[in-house]
Design a binder for this molecule. Structure first.
Ligand code: ADP
Ligand code: MG
Length: 606
């Protein structure tokens, strides 16, 4: 990459070829497609090859396995007798899963070292096969401390010939109560051995282990930032442009993340997506480059304290944003530059938490995806966008999950009584089926028509088929006015990168400006309430307010007086029908369902 960024490895220019690996290891690295060592690898591999001990502080996904696995294999002597459990290298890992993973990885590094065997050893598996393998001879053992101790006690494993000892995820190992076993293992290991200790954190207990058992170690630490990208589960979904908003809503509706950042390429798109989300009842706010610093801080604080769950932002606006609650980053538009991708994804997976990133890729953007994958040296996993059915199921499961606690709370007498009345046999001998009644109540609680919502489900299937077929053509959708349709048809304007408003056929007010506010019929908004809020919070006079059109989820208001930022903010926070107005300049939409046009009352109510 041409412009190294603070979050990308600065050692990017170093290649594995520069590390002078033994030929058979270099070959394995080539096979694996590793070209550039990660920062921890670039530091640890030369130090370990030179025979030094090291401590490495690095988080998950920084490439620690190769950092110790490659030098460990370089230290192995395939000609030496390793039978009867006299191993040459031992890696300690905290769990069975990690032991298996590390053993697999080390084995792949040893692909061109015939005769070198790697044995994973962990509890819960029968002893005999492990003992047999040790007796026949393996050079490398990767195991959990408990099972390693068992083998040492049984005499099936000997550490007097060990040349290389690794503690992987040392903090986790101590947390799991393996401190004593680790001490014993060090006590039995040959004194002429090299030690590498890796840990995500370096608390005093680990420091003490290092001080006691390591010999003047080289200390390597990689910053949190350089690990973020690989610490995040990175996924993508192929989404045709016009389905992006609908897809986003479904992703958010089924997400388990505490908070989410949605990135768009342009400010206009950020505004548009933010408004679309709010209209659909998502607690979302938008920050783009031109949001005042103070306003930005307020929004970030709301995101941090949990009063806001979704932030829509542009790259510039989100720079430096550091909020631990963010569990999901959605790239609504895939960024042009891989560096921007790294920045965006780095907003999640912070403070040792796990994070997920989901990039929307339109069918013709697959090339951009490949470019990003090459730069970050990782593959993104393709996932499917949740269907409307998935959303219903998610809501239903969430509700069902609260049932036991509600049962526990009691005070259900009234409802039990009403239900048994409802379920009682009728005159004609028929009775409603209790399970069907429960299903109907669940559907009511979920608040949708249920997936006999077939139209939406079919639409979704069609989308999928279209994506699979690789068609990029913007086919017109069935104009049924289903909930997704309304929004997704509107959106494409936003990405034309225009802040320009030309050619949209917007009805302009006779004079003044048309504003959009986030309350509509569905919320029970009345012209009187809107006028009241505008006059009270906004300091407007009745004469400043023109026509008011109330739609389902929002309303449009013509205001003749120019509104300054402070006034916009005050009005934006004002409540009508229990919802914030979130006023913004209306950018017009090509089609809207027929509004109920209200003549505003001659006099403001208050
Ligand atoms: P850690 O142990 O630090 O969590 P791993 O060693 O498991 O990280 O590596 C994480 C992922 O990165 C693995 O899938 C690994 O194959 C890959 N990887 C490691 N080093 C490189 C590299 N230099 N180039 C490309 N991919 C790498
Ligand atoms: Mg690891």
């Amino acid at each position: 990459m041409s412009t190294p960024d603070s979050t990308l490895p600065t050692e990017a220019q170093v290649t594995f070829a520069d590390l002078d690996l033994p030929a058979q290891l270099q070959k394995a690295v080539d096979d694996l497609g590793f070209t550039t060592p990660s920062p921890i690898q670039a530091e640890a591999i030369p130090a370990l090859l030179a025979g030094r001990d090291i401590t490495g502080v690095a988080q998950t996904g920084t490439g620690k396995t190769a950092a110790f696995g490659i030098p460990l294999l370089a230290a192995v002597d395939p000609a030496a007798d390793v039978s009867r459990g006299h191993v040459q290298a031992l890696v300690l890992a905290p769990t069975r899963e990690l032991a298996m993973q590390v053993a697999d990885a080390v084995e792949s590094f040893a692909a061109h070292m015939p005769g070198v065997r790697v044995l994973p050893v962990y509890g819960g598996a029968p002893y005999v096969p492990q003992q047999r393998a040790l007796r026949d001879g393996v050079q490398v053992v990767v195991g959990t401390p408990g099972r390693i101790m068992d083998h040492l006690e049984r005499g099936s494993l000997h550490l007097d010939t060990v040349k290389f000892l690794v503690l992987d995820e040392a903090d986790e190992m101590l947390r799991m109560g393996f401190a004593e076993d680790v001490e014993k293992i060090f006590g039995q290991a040959a004194t002429e051995r090299q030690v590498a200790l890796f840990s995500a954190t370096m608390p005093p207990a680990i420091r003490a282990v290092a001080d006691t058992h390591l010999n003047n170690p080289v200390q390597v630490a990689v910053s949190r930032q350089s690990s973020t990208v690989t610490a995040v589960e990175q996924t993508y979904a192929v989404v045709p442009f016009r389905h992006k908003v609908g897809s986003l809503v479904r992703v958010l509706a089924t997400s388990e993340a505490d908070a989410t950042i949605v990135f768009t390429r342009t400010r206009a798109a950020a505004e548009e997506v933010g408004v679309a989300l709010v209209e659909r009842g998502v607690s979302a706010a938008t920050i783009s480059g031109d949001v005042a610093q103070k306003e930005r801080e307020k929004i970030v604080e709301r995101l941090r304290n949990g009063s806001l769950d979704v932030l829509v932002a542009t790259d510039v606006a989100a720079r430096g944003l550091d909020v631990d609650r963010i569990g999901l980053v959605v790239n609504f538009d895939i960024p042009r530059e891989p560096e921007a991708y790294v920045h965006r994804v780095g907003r999640t997976g912070r403070a040792g938490r796990t994070g997920r990133a989901l990039s929307f890729v339109t069918p013709h953007e697959r090339g951009k995806l490949k470019h990003i994958e090459r730069t970050i040296r990782a593959k993104l996993t393709e996932v499917e966008i949740p269907s409307p059915r998935d959303v219903s199921a998610h809501r239903a499961r969430t509700i069902l999950g609260t049932v036991p606690a509600r049962l526990e709370a009691g005070r259900l007498d009234l409802y039990t009584e009403l239900l048994s009345e409802h379920l009682a046999p009728r005159e004609d001998g028929t009775a409603p089926d209790a399970a069907q009644v429960a299903a109907a109540l669940l559907a009511l609680a979920v608040g949708d028509d249920g997936p006999a919502h077939r139209a939406a489900q079919e639409e979704h299937e069609r989308e999928r088929a279209e994506v699979k077929g690789g068609r990029t053509r913007e086919t017109h959708r069935a104009e049924r006015g289903d909930r997704d349709g309304d929004r997704t048809r509107r959106h494409p304007r936003a990405d034309r990168d225009g802040r320009g408003e030309s050619g949209r056929g917007i009805r302009r007010p006779a004079e003044g400006t048309r504003y959009r506010i986030a309350v509509g019929h569905t919320h029970g908004a009345q012209p009187r309430g809107i006028v009241g809020a505008l006059t009270n919070e906004g300091g407007l006079r009745g004469g400043d307010i023109g026509k008011i059109d109330i739609f389902g989820n929002f309303s449009l208001v013509d205001i003749t007086k120019p509104l300054d930022d402070a006034t916009m903010n005050r009005i934006g926070r004002a409540n009508v029908a229990g919802r914030q107005l979130r006023i913004s300049v209306d950018k017009g939409a090509p089609e809207r369902r027929a509004p109920r046009t209200e003549r505003r009352p001659a006099h403001a109510a208050h």
